[in-house]
Design a protein around this ligand. Structure first.
Ligand code: MN
Length: 453
């Protein structure tokens, strides 16, 4: 199996040719790329992978909307769409260690020092009000300066000059922790920013777990073979050898610069903040490299992040409530859980498990197993008919959450709420749901009463 973006695209072209759209006409990277993708979805209900061959101001073609379909992501994991959660869980349970190689397609072109020019890349501006062009599809690869722990994450990057960007490090998360350690030592944190990868690598990068869980090994398990890594030209950082492009960088200690506003997955354009500064030491890429963009805040972005989140939350709830049935992240900071409640109080345990497992989670709703969490109407019905707010809502005050939540007074300092919408004291003892007698339901045939239809 190929572990590069190109072999995955070949598979998509072969198996779902109508989901690969090439655009030859020149497009402006400022707003037009995002507008094209979103309009295609809203007006035509289409969400193909899109390759813009001609992008104004750059020689690089732009690939976007790669992750905007569950069935395409399932192809990347070689499984059925409804088996993605189980496939992802298995990869977390049985990671596959990466392998280091010495010759890599991503080193076909190496640009260093004065040759580094971020303005030669597509200058993609996504939404009105964004402070400038952003790189949204870069995965950071970094090592803990004090240990052998590696981390991968998506971090938005605003292009600041020919060789610098700013970086958004989610407060309290793993790369932020590495940066804290490096900065306390007065050191720059070495970083590889990787653009244009197989979706299994993208999904693995978004694994949520303990800081010592190695996302690179989850990528390997998702690929079904060890991820092949190569050492950067200017540091010891290891990056995927088959990527389209790598920015070899360091985060400068003690430096901050203005970043934002930027329209995020929350649906809001968040204001300017002081963020860390990234110096780009080298750009390496394939000879005919594609540049990848993620259509931020739309399906391309949301589906990609939801699958790893749901797998981790399912794992965490299952550790506490073995009879968990399903977990869904339907909206930012929100989680629905269904459980087959065998003991009084398990719904509350499920709520605590979710809060303990994911920094971003702020609202949890737990329902019984007769409620389909993938149907918003059913969840709303359970909330209305099985819940007494003075008894069933638990509020946790003064916790850490997302620093992108505009409702928080201070970045990321937030309250959280969990709602137990299970029937009490148990579903079996609860007022029964109405139904037609089963023998009538079985016996009645519509065609007997609708002759000729
Ligand atoms: Mn991590």
């Amino acid at each position: 199996m190929g572990q590069d973006l190109r072999s995955y695209l070949d598979t998509v072209k072969r198996r779902k040719s109508d989901e690969f759209q090439v655009v030859s006409r020149a497009i402006d990277p400022a707003y037009e790329i995002t507008a094209f993708v979103v309009k295609l979805e809203k007006e035509r209900r289409q969400r193909p992978v899109v390759l813009f061959e001609s992008v104004k101001g750059t020689k690089f073609p732009v690939l976007t909307n790669l992750h905007a379909s569950r069935s395409r992501l399932a192809i990347a994991l070689s499984c059925a769409p409804d088996a993605m959660l189980q496939t992802y869980l298995r990869a977390m349970e049985r990671p596959v260690a990466p392998r280091v190689i010495t010759r890599a397609p991503v080193h076909e072109v190496v640009l260093r020092g004065a040759e580094v020019d971020l303005y030669a890349l597509p200058q993609i501006v996504h939404h009105q009000g964004d402070a400038g062009p952003y790189i949204t599809a870069a995965i950071s690869f970094a090592k803990d300066p004090a240990a052998e722990t590696w981390n991968c994450a998506y971090n938005r990057l605003m292009i600041q000059s020919r060789d610098t960007t700013s970086i958004h490090l989610t407060l309290g998360k793993h790369l932020w922790e590495f940066q804290q350690i490096a900065e306390q030592r007065g050191e720059a944190l070495q970083l590889g920013l990787v653009i244009g990868v197989h979706p299994a690598i993208a999904l693995g990068a978004l694994a949520i777990g303990s800081i010592d869980e190695d996302e690179r090994a989850i990528m390997g398990a998702l690929l079904g073979e060890p991820l092949e890594l190569v050492k950067c030209q200017t540091s010891d950082v290891l990056v995927p050898a088959h990527a389209e492009m790598v920015l070899e960088c360091e985060i400068l200690p003690g430096k901050r610069t203005a970043e934002g506003p930027f329209g995020e997955f929350t649906g809001y354009s968040l204001g300017e903040r002081q963020r860390e500064v990234v110096k780009v030491k080298a750009i390496t890429h394939r000879r005919d490299a594609m540049f990848q963009d993620i259509t931020v805040a739309h399906l391309d972005h949301m589906l990609l992040s939801t699958i790893p989140m749901e797998a981790n939350l399912y794992r965490a709830v299952r550790a506490m409530v073995p009879s968990v049935r399903a977990v869904r992240v339907p909206a930012p900071f929100t989680c629905y859980v269904s459980i087959e409640q065998r003991l009084v109080g398990q719904a509350k345990n499920a709520i605590m498990a979710v809060f303990g497992a994911d920094l971003y989670m702020k609202r949890v709703v737990v329902v019984d197993h007769d409620v389909d969490v993938f149907d918003d109407r059913q969840v709303t019905w359970a909330l209305a008919t099985r819940c007494q707010p003075d008894r069933d809502i638990a509020v946790v005050t003064h916790a850490r959450g997302s620093d992108l939540d505009p409702s928080a007074k201070e970045d990321g300092y937030t309250a959280k709420w969990g709602v137990d919408a299970t029937a009490k004291p148990s579903l079996a003892a609860y007022t029964p749901r109405h139904r037609v007698p089963p023998e009538v339901w079985e016996r009645l045939r519509l065609e007997d009463f609708l002759p000729g239809s």
